[in-house]
Design a protein around this ligand. Sequence first.
Ligand code: ADP
Ligand code: MG
Length: 261
Amino acid sequence: MSEVSASKDHEDAPRSQADLVVLSGVNKHFGALHVLQDIDLTIGRGEVVVVIGPSGSGKSTLCRTINRLETIDEGTITIDGKPLPAEGRELARLRSDVGMVFQSFNLFAHKTVLENVMLGQIKVRRTEKKAAETKARALLERVGVAAQAEKYPAQLSGGQQQRVAIARALAMGPKVMLFDEPTSALDPEMINEVLEVMQQLAREGMTMVVVTHEMGFARSAADRVVFMADGRIIEQATPEEFFSNPRSDRAKDFLSKILHH
Ligand SMILES: Nc1ncnc2c1ncn2[C@@H]1O[C@H](COP(=O)(O)OP(=O)(O)O)[C@@H](O)[C@H]1O
Ligand SMILES: [Mg+2]
């Protein structure tokens, strides 16, 4: 485990217990494009890791390999000590252990908000309907959209839809949540209501990987910032270290562009 990833709570725990997601020597190509290059990344239990970097650097692909929406060519990925299953029921279970929230909200358009949050619980977790509804309503309350439960996604604002998407992922009882630019498609006035839900989750101890351009969120919520460029992890550090003293030219250049625009 690298120095920066040894989060305060787990220093005495055996490595296998402290580490929740471990990518080791991961390589991936899209044809001639070497999109992920020798990625080694360990995410501790309860850790919040913010991934930043220029467009096209492989951030989304990295997220997608963690829940196996994309396969890898080389290397290993383990979650809670277990390698990612290739297919079948094991894979379905893994996907529900890894909650994912995308830029586009991806809710089922012809299901109500409540049904959206109940569905996975019933189909994948085999939760009984009544219990699934109780949990769904509690989660909708938690993300502040309980009053919209009987509506359809299109009747909600973007910020509300994204909070429903977070509730839907949480309903599966995930071990880790991946967020891929969750606020990038939102109107500015809706960004904070989504970030606040994510801040709350972070405070509650959820393990999170967050790809975002929201540097305020990175500063206040991240235990660690991972900077990617051209398919590689160029540097990683605490937010204080990274923002005040980026070491690589790539990171300095990137920060100067996003912080002074
Ligand atoms: N399914 C795909 N097939 C081919 N190329 C892809 C595919 N998905 C992403 N890419 C390419 O891989 C690179 C990294 O993309 P991505 O992971 O989306 O980067 P980021 O999220 O950092 O913007 C880009 O050059 C993108 O065009
Ligand atoms: Mg992306």
